[in-house]
Structures are given as C-alpha cells and as structure tokens.
Design a protein around this ligand. Structure first.
Ligand code: NAP
Length: 249
C-alpha cells in the first residue's frame, strides 16, 4: 500500500486518464478527491471507486477563486493534501495557425496551462506549510517532445506545462515539494480519436503511427504517475516523463 493514509487530489479526475489514475491510487490505499466541472460524472466516478475511498469537489481550474477553493475544500474535509495530479485538459482549437479562432486559443491555454499554474499555486501554498508533498502534472508528447501540424494551441499549452513543471520544481524542492510531469502520447480515451473515427479505425491508424503499434492503456499512464508521486522516485525532480510507445523517441 504505497499511498496508505495519503490524500490525493486529481483534477479532471472523472475523465479517462484521471479516472484510471484515481483507481490506481485508491488501490494503493489513498483517499482520492476528484475535481472537475461536471458533478454527474464526478459522482459516478466516486461511486465506481467505492465508499470511503473517494470524494469529489466541483472546480473550474481556469478560475483562481475556484482553484483556491478546490484545495481548501480537500484539505478542510480530509485533513491534508499530500499528492496532487494536475490532469484537467482539453484538445481544441485544432487547425492551421492562421485559422485558429483567438477565443478558442485563449480557452485552450486557460485550461491546459493557466489551469495547471493556478492548481499548483494553491496546492503548493498548502503543502509548503503542511510538511511538503508531491505533484505530477499531465503534459503531452505533443508539447516539448513531438511535432504535429494543426495542433499549435494544444502543443504550446503542453510545452508550457512541461517548462512550468521544471521551473516550479526548482522553485519548491527546498520547500519539500517534489514536482514532475508525465507526457503521454495517444491514449485510450476519446481525446485520441479523430473527428468521427471509431476505436477500430484508430487501432489501424496507430499500428503505423506509434512504434509500439497501439495507443497507451490509461492504466499505463496511471502507473507512471503513481511512480513519480511515490517514495520510490524521491530523487526525481523536475522531470517530464514521456509515455508514448516510442512516438517521440
Ligand atoms: P478527458 O477524458 O477529456 O478528461 C479531461 C478532464 O478534464 C475531464 O474530466 C474534464 O472534466 C476536465 N476538465 C476540462 N476542463 C476543465 C476545467 N476548466 N476545470 C476542471 N476540469 C476540467 O481527457 P483524457 O484523455 O483523460 O486527458 C487527460 C489529460 O491527459 C489531459 O490533460 C490531456 O491533454 C492529457 N493527454 C491525453 C492524451 C490522450 O490521448 N487521451 C494524450 C496526451 C495527453 P469536466 O468536463 O467535468 O470539467
């Protein structure tokens, strides 16, 4: 039980990767708190994990007061915050740069980059006065690592998460807070489907698009997040770990 007695906050916790990560932490003894905007999805995800092991908090990570409230609620209800996984993200504003709607650009940056900044800002403020903690941010291999046309907003936001992670790690390691990121490649959630694409068609596309020949299972991302959050990676600081079946190798 690697996380026995630990309180773990996961933003976007009702989504594909967030939910798998929540299950993995709960199996290791943690109490998981799932954050997001959709209360129905959050309630269902909490029920799936089981009574007494999961809770939810409704929060919009783009809103500073909501992000602050999210952390305050977790610590107030559960008596602490030991691990945070900043996973909330959207894939939108897809297309060539000249054609990207400026509002859509802002919206992607607001969730994917500012949302991680705001979440970390309040998580760190709590952790540094309560014995430290670990943070894992979810970036993407379409960021600092990989290049894909039509993905400028998403790629810029995720490259931002990668460098934000490394800088925050330097800022706060002396506070007892260890911060890292994961950069998944295409994973088994609707986000990796092209518009109108079926899972079968995606599987065919991925046979050649990814050296490993397939998308990542969400559990493969989750296990890496757990490792980075755990006491088995204590000297790993400011790292951005790519999990993409070799796509950006
Ligand atoms: P997903 O199933 O769509 O989950 C995304 C989650 O983010 C949802 O639960 C959503 O919940 C939450 N969210 C979105 N905007 C939010 C906001 N403003 N405030 C709070 N929560 C918000 O996506 P996923 O595939 O699991 O992706 C999870 C993360 O992995 C994302 O950061 C994504 O960019 C990254 N990633 C995914 C892949 C992939 O192939 N799937 C690859 C690389 C990286 P609500 O709608 O309830 O708010």
């Amino acid at each position: 039980m690697m996380f026995d007695g630990k309180i773990v906050l996961i933003t976007g916790g009702a989504g594909g990767i967030g939910r798998a990560t929540a299950h993995a932490f709960a199996r290791e003894g943690a109490t998981v708190v799932l954050a997001g905007r959709d209360v129905t999805a959050l309630t269902e995800a909490v029920k799936e994990i089981g009574p007494g092991r999961a809770d939810h908090v409704v929060a919009d990570v783009t809103d500073p007061s909501s992000a602050a409230q999210m952390v305050e609620t977790v610590a107030g209800r559960h008596g602490g915050l030991h691990v945070a996984v900043n996973n909330a993200g959207v894939l939108d504003a897809v297309g060539p740069v000249a054609d990207i709607d400026t509002g859509a650009w802002d919206a992607v940056l607001a969730v994917n980059l500012t949302g991680v900044f705001l979440s970390m800002k309040y998580e760190i403020a709590h952790m540094r006065t309560h014995g430290g903690g670990t943070i894992v941010n979810v970036a993407s291999n379409i960021g600092a690592h990989n290049r894909r046309p039509g993905m400028a907003a998403y790629a810029a936001s995720k490259a931002g998460v990668s460098i934000l992670t490394r800088t925050a790690a330097l800022d706060h390691i002396a506070d007892g807070i260890r911060i890292n990121a994961v950069s998944p490649g295409a994973s088994d959630t609707p986000m990796s489907l092209l518009p109108g694409e079926s899972e079968t068609d995606r599987a065919v596309r991925m046979r050649t698009a990814i050296p490993a020949g397939r998308v990542a299972d969400t559990s493969e991302v989750a296990s890496t997040v757990l490792w980075l959050a755990s006491d088995t990676s204590t000297h790993v600081v400011g790292h951005d770990l790519v999990i993409d079946g070799g796509a950006a190798a």
